[in-house]
Design a protein around this ligand. Sequence first.
Ligand code: MG
Length: 122
Amino acid sequence: MVKMLLVDDSRTVRLVGRRIMDKFGFEVHEAEHGEDALKVVREHPDIDAVLLDWNMPVMNGLDFLKALRSLPLPKQPTVMMCTTENDMDHIMQAMEAGANEYIMKPFTEDIVRDKLEVVGIL
Ligand SMILES: [Mg+2]
């Protein structure tokens, strides 16, 4: 079973994401900021993929990504960074920091499915 970690400070976005991931039959974990997400990854070092928001309190998405990529995990998860359309500079930074793909917000089931197929999760 695919283990998916949803990281977003918006409860609504996490709820929408969870509904989509449930349909795909994934095991879903949630975190509300980067530090919370690092805790989840330490508890579940076999997370397969992360859907990662950028703007969050405590620790943002980019700082989480950098911390994640420096962890000695058996297998690094696939990371899909969430963005808004005018956020492409940020996305380039995220790709340089080790993101695998990006997803435009607000995301839909179709968009998420397409991206998961691109990265080989679905
Ligand atoms: Mg946010």
